[in-house]
Ligand binder design. Structure first.
Ligand code: FE2
Length: 375
């Protein structure tokens, strides 16, 4: 096992890795053109930028789409026998890069690699007539990468190598605002390793832990720890399977993704009823919640501003932490493999997560697993 050391001179509490949020999330997929269209038509993303043979890139094609602060990039290999093609063969469509916005990419790379991170990309400057952008990167769980993107001196559409993408088709936005958190599924007994990685290499804190007693059903269990950076802009919860009578959702993921990776991406909205209604009408499928969940909901979470009717009709969950409450809902996997899914979240004061919804989510996923014959 890799160990991560805090340098002796690190006596002060300065944030050695100041993060300004998620910059973009890049997926390696089998067909970038069709993925981009799906995220436009079903999730309401807007076309942003394109890179491929027409922009001088010979071996891959990428489409970037945006909705408010969320930028997603879909990349496909044009030929076999390269990293992207191999990634898709092994994992199916999945998240490759979780890119974080920084003021100083070289410093982010230096601070993290000095603390034990494995380098993926040394600081590298991309330049075009719109300025320069610096990127660097480190390895994460599985084949996932954190890129550090410094774009304060870049004024183009997205980044050098891309041109604006302006197709005739544009969808209406769904009200998705920013990335709230991204969750990892890691292997048996690997959660503590990655908690240590985020604490020591990235300077994050463990703000919340759930053990197998908190998150278990009659059949299976998992453990989860939520890691947050200093300013709370970036949160990465980490799940690991736990012993149960049957196969847990994390084990199913690990089997079909062929290893560790991003389990779900949570996207924030100011109006969850409106956003989820939009997404449902565009074909996004959400997990079904039994109506009994709502019978004693208000006893569990106290007063909420929303009417219960629409929440119950859509299957939106409500939970509470010390500071307020949150509304959330989980999609079914968006690929054929039971791997990546989405969460839509609206926070009303709560900055963390509640325990109650984990169980409701878990039971809903188990019903789906059973239908797939994977429980
Ligand atoms: Fe989540």
């Amino acid at each position: 096992m890799q160990t991560f050391a805090i340098p002796a001179q690190e006596k002060t509490m300065r944030d050695f890795l100041p993060l300004e949020g998620t910059d973009y999330i890049e997926f390696y997929v089998g067909n970038a053109k069709q993925s981009a269209h799906y995220y436009q038509s079903a999730f309401g993303f807007q076309p942003l930028a394109y890179s491929g043979p027409e922009t001088g890139v010979k071996d891959k094609v990428s489409y970037a789409v945006r909705q408010n602060k969320i930028i997603l990039v879909f990349t496909t290999a044009l030929r076999t026998g390269n990293l992207i093609a191999d990634h898709v063969y092994l994992h199916g469509d999945g998240v490759k890069m979780l890119s974080l916005r920084v003021q100083d990419s070289a410093s982010a790379w230096k601070e993290t690699t000095e603390r034990g991170a494995k380098s993926f990309l040394e600081p590298f400057t991309l330049q075009d007539e719109h300025g320069k952008l610096v990127m660097s990167g480190i390895h994460l769980y599985g084949e996932t990468i954190h890129l550090f993107i410094e774009r304060k001196d870049y004024h183009g559409t997205f980044m050098p190598g891309y041109r604006p993408w302006k197709p005739a088709y544009n969808s209406e936005p769904a009200g998705l605002l920013h990335v709230d958190h991204c969750v990892a599924n890691v292997d048996w007994n690997q959660m503590e390793r990655w908690v240590a990685f985020y604490e020591k290499v990235m300077g994050f804190r463990n703000i919340l832990s759930f053990d197998d007693k908190d998150i278990s059903t009659e059949y299976s269990a998992l453990m989860s720890k939520v890691m947050s950076n200093g300013n709370g802009y970036v949160k990465f919860p980490i799940n690991e399977p736990a012993e149960g009578k049957k196969k847990s959702q994390v084990e199913e993921y690990l089997e079909f993704y062929h290893g560790e990776g991003v389990q779900h991406i949570a996207l924030a909205t100011h109006d969850i009823v409106k956003t989820v209604s939009f997404l449902k009408n565009r074909g996004i499928e959400f997990l079904k919640i039994p109506s009994s969940y709502y019978d004693d909901l208000l006893d569990r979470v106290g007063h909420i501003d929303e009417d219960l009717g629409p929440l119950k009709d859509l299957g939106i969950l409500v939970d509470r932490d010390d500071e307020g409450y949150l509304l959330q809902i989980f999609s079914k996997p968006v690929e054929d493999r039971p791997t990546l899914f989405y969460e839509i979240i609206q926070r009303k004061g709560a900055k963390s997560f509640g325990k109650g919804n984990f169980k409701a989510l878990f039971e809903a996923i188990e019903r789906e697993q059973e239908e797939r014959g994977n429980l």
